[in-house]
Write a protein that binds this ligand. Structure first.
Ligand code: ZN
Length: 279
């Protein structure tokens, strides 16, 4: 029994000496003498903490537009991301028929596959401000990291390409030059924020997450967006026509209009973003 009690100490020291190597393989001769249950537990604490310490510090900046200060006419900016995929006509047609202005963040990928929706937006310049959501929908973080399972750009050069590639595609599609950038996942590290600002962009955070990445149900989405307050910037998605969330977005737009909301685009009003995104 004494041998079994000593075994965990032995395993920890082996694992600590060579973290990347699988301890089970390194210590095979010893392990063979032990039962599986006495082998497994000591391995975990020695290995798991190592990779966690490395990632860059990420921020998800807030953005507000200047308040109207009028209770009966709160000011709200609706922003929509067109990441990739298709166009959600439930939302697009509601915006057009109700004459509601909005800011749409488009990627090069989305533009390529949605010429019809783009035409609707370009045909209504009084409603739609189009801004830059990047070239390939890669998080604009200049160090390697995985965010929601998406690999970041990983270097300043790749961040530059993501931002510039998005702008180039917009110009090639007949869209006016963008002044705002919002990266995939809306997360950044501080050095990538500085870099994108130096390229001449304001960076669009948000203050109300309307649709939870288009993954929420219709009722929850409607409630979240409809509860937006004076000065809020709402983010949701206009590229998931098969998701229930879009139904909630379309309904919430009507709710807000019925409340007397003044809808503004980012180019129309002053705004304040944190993490040095607009200052
Ligand atoms: Zn996106």
């Amino acid at each position: 029994m004494n041998r079994l009690l000593l075994a965990p100490v032995l395993f920890v020291s082996i694992a600590a000496a060579s973290p990347p190597v699988l301890p089970a393989a390194t210590s095979a001769p010893v392990a063979a003498a032990l039962t599986p249950s006495s082998v497994t537990p000591p391995v975990k604490p020695a290995i798991i903490p190592a990779p966690k310490a490395k990632g860059p510090k990420l921020v998800e900046p807030h953005l507000h537009v200047i308040r109207s200060g009028l209770k009966a006419r709160p000011r709200i900016a609706l922003t929509f991301d067109a990441c990739m995929g298709k166009a959600d006509d439930r939302i697009l047609s509601a915006l057009v028929s109700e004459r509601i202005p909005a800011t749409i963040f488009v990627t090069a990928r989305w533009l390529k596959h949605n010429p019809q929706a783009l035409k609707v937006m370009l045909d209504n310049p009084d409603l739609f401000e189009l801004e830059n959501h990047g070239q390939n929908h890669i998080p604009a973080v200049d160090k390697p990291v995985s965010i929601y399972g998406i690999a970041s750009a990983g270097s300043p050069e790749a961040v530059r390409q993501e931002v510039q590639g998005g702008a180039d595609a917009m110009l090639a599609s007949g869209v006016p030059a963008p002044h705002w950038f919002r990266g995939s996942t809306a997360k950044y590290d501080l050095s990538s924020i500085a870099q994108i600002r130096a390229m001449g962009y304001r960076i669009a955070g948000y203050s109300v997450n309307g649709d939870g990445g288009s993954l929420l149900g219709a009722a929850v989405t409607e409630k979240r967006i409809a509860s937006a307050k004076d000065g809020d910037v709402v983010i949701s998605h206009i590229n998931q026509p098969t998701h229930a969330a879009g139904e909630g977005v379309a309904k919430a737009i009507l709710d807000l209009k019925a409340r007397g909301v003044e809808f503004v685009r980012l180019q129309d009003v002053e705004d304040t973003g944190d993490d040095q995104t607009t200052q």
